[in-house]
Write a protein that binds this ligand. Structure first.
Ligand code: ADP
Ligand code: ZN
Ligand code: ZN
Length: 721
């Protein structure tokens, strides 16, 4: 037999198929060790065939297989092929997506332990040794036991009995169980008629994709879990994707209680060994639900019955490493391969997703009300310009302070949310709310301190830094912001008795950083939780009755066409944390721009209104009407990077010149951040319409090969810096 092998080296020079001779034990999808050049390397068998075109004397032999069960099943192999063609990157990089990283580097493997058991051997002559008798007694009661434990308890008796043949030892593989301590109760709930209806529509529609648009607390999770349970009953498997941050302790225990060891939950808090074992349980079929963040879409499950992407609008579903895939695209391919349904859930769907539902491409199901018809919390908009004028320089408005006091007095909990994304870079007038924007693109400008100027990340235009507000003349213009630490400090002064927790990037490092904080808050060891984006997502804290959004507009002017959408999503998500149980919740939304349409729609929970507003703004300019494509040229040697840019640009320009009408924008420039980690960054920025030659763009970029410069393509990047 001959195996076609892709060597596990991510370089375009060796990105081709190599033939090797093999015996009958080698299967497609296996990882193998092969002779390569003057040494050996690992590779993936992608296909088997009878003969090779190579002369037999040139055909080298595979040294050995790395495992018995192929790491990749046939679906994964087919999928890898498609992804390679789509993203034009070395096959080795694509294949790696399907394995836990730990497995490739060989740092972890299956764990095994030794177990001792009694044999049928009679004791002749009769035993006298006390310890040996005790050990035999123990094994009679327990049938078998871990040898480490026996040695600890009975000392040398184990060896003596083994030597006599009375006890036998067997080496067996064990799985590390990361959720041993996690317990939860499996609440059996009766579905509401709305949930029943959603289930029915998803099961019966002839469309592959359904968008489940349900307000926060409408019971979407219960719908997903039922869909998954239905498929398990049929003998199928499931993939359930959630943003990493939503894999909270509550969520884990709920899943564990519902599905037990049938669920493999992959999250960043696992050790390498645990992650590897969870993956292996899926591959071997003992676990049948893969739950995790983005990368769980590559789970090695077969016969998938359903794929769920919760919080589908979340930015974490786009990969920022090569290949820069979008999770939806892969989920869609897998759903088609397995002929199963794909469910996207959100309270605030991405504008692009919603449009596809409106256009009839996706089925649309709504859950417009919270469970038990609990009201959504009332949102009060507070004009911070007035607070400044009244001489209140603190981050809390008078209204918020009063409500906070009332909330604490009644023994409830509060969340204060700080919208820090892009905070320090946007230039804002604290008197009138004016924000510096690009004349050509209508997106907020970004302040670059090293050059003391303002830049547009969409067209590269530069502007002088402002010293006064062009709108009202005030000099209170700048890019200063308040950090979580400062907010906590102010809170302590105002409410000395309150117990306060802080959650942001500084406090959540480490294996279980944010789990710990969330658990403390859930256990009511604190009264106020202050945090950034992380506090916004999916948590269910029944005692929270007040949410304060300290600076709602800060993400509104993030230099990104999606800033309106992100703000709407954030406000809705954070507001959704309030009043989830019996007591009605409240939300105070502080802003320098209370007339802003996006904030008004968010405060009224009017997704439909927001969508119409947003889609009209984007028409003819931004996704879903156009795609932003960026060819990045990044390298440590400035001269070589510039040379690469020139070459890539001229090739792209030739493509552009053939069909200029397909390009809304086309130019080369410095990237907004010129240098990151010692590497110079240039880009060819494009906005393209349907039918533009995207494939050619990828081909040009992947063909570019330099010593110290890399060239890659990004589609609708979530970050344009
Ligand atoms: P969503 O995912 O839409 O934000 P959740 O699934 O978190 O909503 O549900 C909100 C709350 O309602 C949760 O506390 C959940 O346990 C509860 N819940 C969901 N479905 C039901 C039901 N059918 N009956 C009673 N309570 C439910
Ligand atoms: Zn611009
Ligand atoms: Zn002003």
């Amino acid at each position: 037999m001959v195996a076609e092998v892709i060597v596990d080296i991510a370089h375009s020079d060796v990105d081709k198929i190599f033939d090797y001779a093999c015996d009958g034990t080698v299967e497609a999808g296996m990882r193998v060790v092969v002779p390569f050049g003057r040494s050996a390397t690992t590779g993936f068998v992608v296909r088997l065939k009878e003969t090779s075109e190579l002369p037999p004397e040139k055909l080298k032999k595979i040294y050995r297989a790395e495992e018995d069960l192929p790491a990749l099943n046939s679906e994964c192999l087919a999928l890898a092929e498609k992804l390679k063609n789509r993203y034009r990157c070395p096959m080795a990089l694509v294949l790696r997506l399907f394995l836990p990283a730990e497995m490739r580097t060989g740092k972890v493997g299956a764990a095994s332990r030794n177990f001792a058991r009694l044999t049928e051997e009679p004791f002749d002559p009769p035993l006298r040794a006390k310890q040996q008798l005790a050990l035999i007694e123990f094994l009679r009661d327990n049938r078998e036991a871990d040898t480490a434990l026996l040695r600890e308890r009975f000392g040398g008796a184990l060896k003596a009995l083994t030597d006599k043949g009375i006890v036998m030892i067997e080496k067996r593989r064990v799985f590390r169980d990361p959720y041993r301590g996690v317990e939860g109760e499996n609440v059996q709930r009766v579905l509401t008629p709305e949930q029943e209806n959603a289930l029915k529509i998803i099961n019966e529609t002839d469309k592959t994709v359904t968008l489940l648009h349900g307000v926060t607390g409408s019971g979407k999770t219960e719908v997903y879990l039922r869909l998954i349970a239905q498929q398990l009953e049929k003998g199928n498997t499931a993939i359930f994707l959630v943003p990493e941050i939503s894999l909270t302790p509550q969520m884990l225990s709920q899943l564990r209680a519902r599905f037990g060891s049938k669920a493999a939950i992959l999250h960043s808090g696992l050790s390498a060994g645990e992650r590897f074992d969870e993956w292996r349980r899926l591959r071997e079929g003992s676990a049948r639900i893969a739950i995790g963040a983005r990368s769980a879409i590559f789970a090695p499950v077969e016969n998938i019955g359903i794929i769920v992407i919760d919080e589908e609008h979340d930015g974490s579903y786009s990969s920022e490493n090569a290949p820069r895939y979008n999770t939806f695209d892969i989920a869609y391919l897998r759903a088609n391969y397995n002929r199963c349904k794909l469910v996207l859930g959100s309270a605030t769907p991405a504008v692009e997703t919603y449009k596809r539902a409106m256009d009839g491409e996706f089925e649309l199901v709504r859950l417009p009300e919270r469970i038990n018809k609990r009201p959504l919390p009332a949102v009060q908009l507070v004009d911070m310009r007035r607070e400044v004028r009244r001489g209140n320089p603190s981050p809390f408005s008078v209204v918020l302070r009063e409500k906070l006091k009332a909330c604490l007095d009644s023994g409830n909990q509060a969340i204060l949310f700080l919208n820090r994304r892009g905070y320090s870079q946007t230039v804002l007038c604290r008197d009138c709310g004016y924000v510096a924007k690009c004349e050509h693109c209508d997106v907020a400008l970004t302040y670059h301190s090293e050059e003391n100027c303002l830049k547009c990340h969409y067209c590269g235009a530069r502007y002088h830094m402002l010293t006064g507000c062009p709108s009202c003349g005030s000099v209170h213009i700048g890019y200063v912001g308040t950090g979580t630490q400062k907010v906590v400090g102010e809170l302590k002064k105002l409410y000395p008795a309150a117990r306060i927790l802080r959650m942001d990037n500084d406090t959540t490092s480490g294996k279980e950083g944010h789990y710990k904080i969330l658990k403390q808050f859930a256990d009511r060891q604190a009264d106020i939780l202050v945090g950034t984006q992380m506090v916004a997502k999916g948590h269910d804290f029944p005692s929270v009755t007040l949410v304060g959004i300290l600076d709602a507009d800060m993400s509104l002017h993030f230099p990104d066409y999606r800033s309106g959408e992100r703000t709407f999503q954030l406000v809705t998500q954070v507001a959704g944390r309030s009043g989830r149980a019996e007591e009605r919740g409240e939300v105070v939304l502080q802003t320098y721009e209370p007339e802003n349409a996006v904030l008004r729609f968010a405060a009224a929970y009017d997704y439909e209104g927001f969508y119409q507003h947003e889609i009209a703004m984007r028409a003819g300019m931004f996704p879903p009407y156009a795609k932003i494509v960026r060819a990045m040229v990044v390298g440590e040697d400035e001269r070589e990077a510039l040379e690469a840019l020139k070459e890539v640009f001229s090739k792209l320009e030739a493509v552009y010149a053939k069909q200029p009408e397909k390009f809304l924008f086309f130019n080369k420039m410095h990237s907004p951040i010129k240098r990151i980690k010692e590497k110079f960054r240039y880009q060819v920025l494009m906005r393209i319409t349907d039918g533009a030659p995207l494939r050619e763009i990828y081909e040009i970029c992947s063909a570019a090969s330099y010593k110290k410069t890399v060239v890659y393509v990004e589609e609708n990047p979530s970050n344009l810096s």
